[in-house]
Every structure is written in structure tokens, then in C-alpha cells.
Design a binder for this molecule. Structure first.
Ligand code: FES
Length: 245
């Protein structure tokens, strides 16, 4: 085959008035990011199967009544997409505002004294979009679940979990471990390890994939084991997560 036949086919579409090229089958979000345009996203992570559950990435597509999740939607030839229209931005901001308002205080600490991360990607998107916690939403927060510090290398605080499903995909699809899943339904739905075990008593192999996937710090590396401070920058052999496996 000639090099022209082997080259990936591309299609032209417009994003906020700018013409971009997308590879055939590429999503709007991926194509936008490849061209240096970032659209808010939380449940999407490069390299993982898109899941489309957070709706932070919604865009307006001309001719369609409902907003579309750009992480799941394939860009097609001639498609006209608005990621920064008033309607799209209002929706993106509302998602981030609701999730941010339901986060634990930034100063929260693990029960064994380890400092937690200040909500990672969620806080970063909130800052970029100019979003602050809304007191009326914050007042609706439920009693937080207890933190789980039973694992020697990782800590779990489901109070900061936004159920983006990234850790589940990390564990099941990337590492094929199948330790993390969902239990219960609706507003009671939550992440569980095996059959609802404490992380330290589950079949977790401490690969750390879920920690690097978590966008809020609900799963985070422990920086201290007992009284010993652990410098994960040094003892981890994994280039991605810092858990230290
Ligand atoms: Fe697209 Fe979550 S990033 S729905």
C-alpha cells in the first residue's frame, strides 16, 4: 500500500468557529485536545475507554437539541461544535460546581494523620472555570463515610469520590484485577473493594493504577506508614502513580 493509503483519514469539523481535523473515529474531546483546546472533563482519562458519566465535557452540536458528551461523541465531517457557547459553558460549570460543593474541606486529613490531596483535577477545573463552592449546595452534603486507611500504601476517602468510574476501569480493564466495583444503586451507589471489604483486606495487589486514575484524591498514596514518613518519589518503581509498589 502507498503511504497515502496508510495515512489515517481525517475529517474537518469546526469547534467554536475554528476548523479542526479529526482522525476518522476520533472523539471531539480527543481531537480538540490534540489541537491544544481543552474541554472540561473528569471521567475521561487518556488511554482509558470513555465512559461518559460525569457530563463535564458537554458541547452543543448544531442541529441537535440536547448537549452531547464530547468524550464519547465522534467528530464527523462538517460537524459544527460549540464548547464555549453560553449553554455549553453553563452546563459544564454546573457539573463542576455541584461536585466541588460536595467535596470535603480542603484541609481534611486521613484518620492516620496523612494529608490528603486538595481534590486534584476537580479543583483544577474549578479554578480554570472560575467556580467556587456554592453554600446552598454544600448545605446538602450528607454524613461523610469513614475514611479507610487499612491499606499500607493507599488511603481511601469516599467522601471525595465523584463516581467517575476511572478507578473501576483502571482496576478492571487496564490491570485486569477486578477488585474495584460498584455496590448499591442511585444515591446510595458507591465504590467497593471485592465484596465491600476494607481496602487493606481486599485482594488489591497495590499496583497503584486506581490512584493515578482518581481525579479527586479519593484514592491517594499514603505518605506515611505508622510513624515512618515515606518518600514515594524515591521508593516507587512505577513511573506513573507514586504508590510505591
Ligand atoms: Fe465526558 Fe465525563 S468527561 S462525560
Amino acid at each position: 500500500a502507498s503511504s497515502a493509503e496508510l495515512a489515517p483519514q481525517s475529517v474537518d469539523f469546526t469547534l467554536d468557529g475554528r476548523t479542526l481535523q479529526a482522525f476518522e473515529g476520533e472523539t471531539i474531546l480527543k481531537a480538540a485536545r490534540r489541537h491544544g483546546v481543552d474541554i472540561p472533563h473528569l471521567c475521561y482519562q487518556d488511554g482509558y475507554r470513555p465512559d461518559g458519566n460525569c457530563r463535564a465535557c458537554v458541547v452543543e452540536i448544531q442541529g441537535e437539541r440536547t448537549l452531547a458528551p464530547s468524550c464519547c461523541r465522534t467528530a464527523t465531517a462538517g460537524m459544527q461544535v460549540q464548547a464555549r457557547s453560553e449553554r455549553a459553558l453553563r452546563s459544564q460549570k454546573l457539573v463542576v460546581e455541584m461536585l466541588l460543593s460536595d467535596m470535603p474541606d480542603e484541609g481534611y486529613r486521613w484518620i492516620d494523620g496523612d494529608a490528603a490531596q486538595p481534590h486534584g483535577e476537580l479543583s483544577a477545573w474549578a479554578a480554570r472555570l472560575g467556580i467556587a463552592v456554592r453554600p446552598e449546595l454544600r448545605a446538602l452534603r450528607r454524613e461523610p463515610p469513614a475514611a479507610d486507611a487499612s491499606h499500607p500504601a493507599m488511603a481511601v476517602n469516599l467522601d471525595a469520590c465523584i463516581q467517575c468510574n476511572r478507578c473501576v476501569r483502571a482496576c478492571r480493564e487496564e490491570q485486569v484485577n477486578g477488585v474495584i466495583g460498584y455496590a448499591l444503586r442511585g444515591e446510595h451507589s458507591q465504590i467497593v473493594f471485592d465484596l465491600g471489604d476494607a481496602l487493606g483486606e481486599s485482594s488489591c495487589v497495590a499496583c497503584g493504577e486506581c490512584v493515578q486514575a482518581c481525579p479527586t484524591g479519593a484514592l491517594s498514596p499514603k505518605t506515611r506508614i505508622g510513624s515512618q514518613v515515606v518518600d514515594r518519589q524515591v521508593d516507587s518503581v512505577c513511573p506513573f502513580c507514586g504508590v510505591g509498589c
